[in-house]
Design a protein around this ligand. Structure first.
Ligand code: NAD
Length: 509
C-alpha cells in the first residue's frame, strides 16, 4: 500500500492520493484507525483541510479534458485492467477490510466481489453511452442524443462497505468520462488508497481519481467548491439530508443515500426454516452494520412470532463471533468502534426500559481476553411501533420482532416507517407476494430473499428518508447521474427551407 510510514515505522500513516501520488500535508490533522477485533491502533489517517481538498479538486479539474476525450472503448479498457488488478490483489484488500472494519473475512470477500461487479458493469460503457437516434423526425431532419460527462464528481462514503460503496460510484463515473475525488470514511480508509494505486497501474491518467481523507472540513469543501459538478453520498440520514441540501444549494447534482430500518414480513404460510435462516444472516451478518440488514421481523400472527423466536433464540445465543483475521467460519465480527459499541449497547438498555421482551441479551456474552468491540447477538420480542428501538436505526446485531395480526397491518407498519431502503416478504403465496411488491413504499423488495441488493446492472436506492435525490446508484441510474444528456437536431439539405424563415415555433409534419 502506498501509505507513508511514520518515523517510528510502527503505525501506518495514511495520507491522501492526489494527482497520481500518495501524499500528506503538514496541515493534516491525524486520527487513529483501530482494529475493532483487538482495539489496537493500526494506523493514523490524515484529515485534510480546505487547501488540501482544493488541491485534489484542482487535480481532477486538470485531468478532465484529457480523460473525457479518451474514447469510451479506451476508458473501458482501463476498467478491464483495473478489474484484473483487483482480482490479483483480492486477498490483500479483503484482509485490509477485515482489519479496519471488523467484518469476517468471508464477508469482506463478498463485499469486494459485489464491488467488482460494478467495475464489470462499467466495462460495458461503450454500449451504455450509445444514446438514441431518430431518423427523419421531420423533412430530412434527424435527431440524436449525446451523453456527455458531468465534470468533476465527488464521492463521500460510509464505514460499513469500505470497498463496495466507493465502487458503486467511481467506476461508473470514470467510465462515463468524469474525473473523481473520493472522501472515504475516516474509520477504514485503507481500501480506497489501494484502489487508487491500482487505478493508476491500470492506466488511468494522474488526477483522474483522487482520494482525500478527512472529515466535515473536506466534505464541506467538496459540497461548496464551484469546480465540483456532482456529489454522490452514502451514509446516515441526517448527514445525507445535509449533503443534499448543501450540495443542491451550491448548484450541484446530488444523490445522497441515507439510513434504514429494514423489515421482513413473515406470513403464516412461509417456509419457516427458510425464514429463520434468512433472518439470521440478514440481521446478524456484518454485526448488523449493513444498510440492507433486516432489523425488524414482522411476524404475521402470534403463532409465527412464537415459532420464529423459539427457533432464533438458540441460534442467536450461539452465533460464532470472533476476530475475522484469525479464524474462519465465523458468523459475525465486532462493531466498528468503541463509541459505536457503546451506542448499540445503549439501545439494548433502552429496549429493556421501553418494555420490550429481551429474548437474547448480547451484553451478557463474554469475550474473554479480548479488547475488541464485541457484542453478542441480541433479540427483542414484543417490540411496538412507539418504541425508539423500533423507530431508530441501531446499526448493530439487534433484531426486533414486531407482532401484527394480518398482511394489511404488516404493510401499513412498513409503509409508515420513515425509512424505505429495503424490505422482504417470506410467503408461499404468489398473490400476496405480488401485492406486497406493489403496495410497499420501499425502494428494494425481496420475495423470499432477505437482502435484496440489486445487481450492478440494476440500480440501488431506497425511498422516503433513505434517499435524497431522484437517481439511484450504479446500473442505468448510475449512467444517468454521471452524464448530461444533449439532444442534437440536424438538417443537411442544401438551400432554404420550404416556406423561408420560420417566425413561429417550428413543428414537424
Ligand atoms: P456517517 O453519515 O456518519 O458518515 C458517512 C460519511 O459522511 C463519512 O465519510 C463521514 O466522514 C462523513 N460525515 C460524517 N459526519 C459528517 C458531517 N457532520 N458533515 C459532513 N460529513 C460528515 O455514516 P457512517 O456511520 O459512516 O455509516 C453508517 C450509515 O450509513 C448508516 O446510517 C447506514 O444505514 C448508512 N448506509 C446507507 C447505505 C444506503 O445505501 N442507503 C449504504 C451503506 C450505509
Amino acid at each position: 500500500m502506498s501509505q507513508v510510514r511514520t518515523a517510528t515505522e510502527e503505525v501506518l500513516h495514511i495520507g491522501h492520493y492526489i494527482n497520481g501520488q500518495a501524499t500528506s500535508r503538514a496541515s493534516d490533522r491525524m486520527l487513529d484507525v483501530n482494529n475493532p477485533a483487538t482495539g489496537e491502533i493500526t494506523a493514523q489517517v490524515a484529515l485534510a483541510d480546505k487547501a488540501t481538498t482544493r488541491e485534489a479538486i484542482e487535480a481532477a479539474k486538470a485531468a478532465l479534458p484529457g480523460w473525457s476525450a479518451v474514447t469510451p472503448l479506451g476508458r473501458a479498457r482501463v476498467m478491464f485492467r483495473f478489474k484484473a488488478l483487483i482480482e490479483e490483489n483480492f486477498e490483500k484488500i479483503a484482509r485490509l477490510i477485515t482489519a479496519e472494519h471488523g467484518k469476517v473475512i468471508e464477508d469482506a470477500r463478498g463485499e469486494l466481489t459485489r464491488g467488482l461487479e460494478i467495475v464489470e458493469f462499467a466495462c460495458g460503457i461503450p454500449h451504455l453511452l450509445k444514446g438514441e437516434h431518430s431518423l427523419n423526425v421531420g423533412g430530412k431532419v434527424d435527431s440524436y442524443s449525446m451523453m456527455q460527462p458531468v465534470g468533476v464528481c465527488a464521492g463521500i462514503t460510509p464505514f460499513n462497505f469500505p470497498s463496495m460503496v466507493p465502487m458503486w460510484m467511481f467506476p461508473v463515473a470514470l467510465a462515463c468520462g468524469n474525473t473523481f475525488v473520493l472522501k472515504p470514511s475516516e474509520k477504514d480508509p485503507g481500501a480506497s488508497m489501494v484502489m487508487a494505486e491500482l487505478l493508476k497501474e491500470a492506466g488511468l491518467p494522474d488526477g483522474a481519481f483522487n482520494v482525500v481523507n478527512g472529515d466535515k472540513e473536506s466534505v464541506d469543501t467538496l459540497l461548496t467548491d464551484p469546480d465540483v459538478a456532482a456529489v454522490s453520498f452514502v451514509g446516515s440520514t441526517p448527514i445525507a439530508e445535509y449533503i443534499y441540501t448543501t450540495g443542491s444549494a451550491h448548484g450541484k447534482r446530488v444523490q445522497a443515500l441515507g439510513g434504514a430500518k429494514n423489515h421482513m414480513a413473515v406470513m403464516p404460510d412461509a417456509d419457516m426454516d427458510q425464514a429463520v435462516e434468512g433472518l439470521l444472516g440478514a440481521a446478524y451478518g456484518s454485526a448488523g452494520e449493513r444498510c440492507m440488514a433486516i432489523s425488524v421481523a414482522v411476524a404475521v400472527g402470534d403463532e409465527v412470532a412464537d415459532t420464529l423466536v423459539e427457533h432464533l433464540k438458540p441460534r442467536v445465543e450461539n452465533l460464532r463471533v470472533g476476530n475475522g483475521l484469525e479464524e474462519t467460519g465465523l458468523e459475525m465480527g465486532p462493531l466498528v468502534t468503541k463509541e459505536h459499541l457503546e451506542k448499540v449497547r445503549g439501545y439494548v438498555d433502552l429496549g429493556e426500559q421501553e418494555g420490550a421482551t429481551l429474548a437474547v441479551d448480547g451484553r451478557k456474552r463474554d469475550f474473554p481476553g479480548s479488547n475488541g468491540y464485541f457484542l453478542g447477538g441480541t433479540l427483542f420480542d414484543h417490540v411496538t411501533p412507539e418504541m425508539r428501538i423500533y423507530k431508530e436505526e441501531i446499526f448493530g446485531p439487534v433484531l426486533c420482532v414486531v407482532r401484527v395480526p394480518d398482511y394489511d397491518s404488516a404493510v401499513e407498519l412498513i409503509n409508515e416507517h420513515e425509512f424505505g431502503n429495503g424490505t422482504a416478504i417470506f410467503t408461499r403465496d404468489g398473490d400476496a407476494a405480488r401485492q406486497f411488491s406493489t403496495d410497499i413504499q420501499v425502494g428494494m423488495v425481496g420475495i423470499n430473499v432477505p437482502i435484496p441488493v440489486p445487481m450492478s446492472f440494476h440500480s440501488f436506492g431506497g425511498w422516503k428518508r433513505s434517499l435524497f435525490g431522484p437517481l439511484h446508484m450504479h446500473g442505468p441510474d448510475g449512467v444517468r447521474f454521471y452524464t448530461k444528456m444533449k439532444t442534437v437536431t440536424a438538417r443537411w439539405p442544401k438551400g432554404v427551407r420550404a416556406g423561408g424563415s420560420a417566425f413561429v415555433m417550428p413543428t414537424m409534419e
